[in-house]
Design a protein around this ligand. Structure first.
Ligand code: SME
Length: 160
């Protein structure tokens, strides 16, 4: 497909509805993991303008920074640490409405106020997480959780 993204100018739910098929199509014809995750980070960034959006990849007992969009970030996160490590350990999506109220939150930037982390699984194992940060408090809800889970489920099956 053309390297071009159509972005709905409406609700966040509608943006996901328009984005997801395009995101899948972008990756479907490319086998390189870094290329696909880089395009996913870009597509999510330009659609939602999140403060930070990107991937951490499981490497032994740590998460290692992968493709992202936004300010520079910490490169390694231990199992169970921070929001990303918690989502990995618990093998579930974690929504943090106020990062200052999350014990152990890893602050890569003081501008990040709320966060969602979604595990990516391959063969039932967590192989990576998708992390989105917002500069607004309480910016993520079940609409984000459902849609980002759909995307991450697809990425786990088709890209890893
Ligand atoms: N806040 C994350 C660390 C990664 S940055 O937000 C990019 C955490 O607590 O795991």
């Amino acid at each position: 497909m053309a390297e071009e993204l159509f972005i709905a100018q409406s609700s966040r739910e509608e943006k996901y509805r328009v984005l997801l098929p395009q995101a899948k199509a972008l990756c479907a014809s490319e086998s390189n993991l870094v290329a696909n995750l880089a395009n996913m980070a870009s597509a999510l960034k330009i659609t939602f303008d999140f403060f930070w959006i990107g991937f951490y990849l499981v490497e032994n007992d740590e998460l290692v920074l992968g493709p992202f969009q936004g300010p520079v970030a910490c490169t390694r996160i231990a199992f169970g640490k921070g929001v990303c490590g918690a989502a990995w350990k618990q093998n579930k999506t974690v929504i943090v409405p106020d990062v200052d109220a999350f014990p152990g939150h890893i602050a890569c930037s003081g501008n990040s106020k709320s966060e969602i982390v979604v595990p990516i699984r391959k063969d039932d194992q967590v192989v990576a997480v998708l992390d989105a940060d917002s500069s607004l408090l309480n910016d993520f809800d079940q609409i984000d959780a459902v849609n980002l889970n759909e995307l991450c489920e697809w990425l786990g099956i088709h890209c890893f």
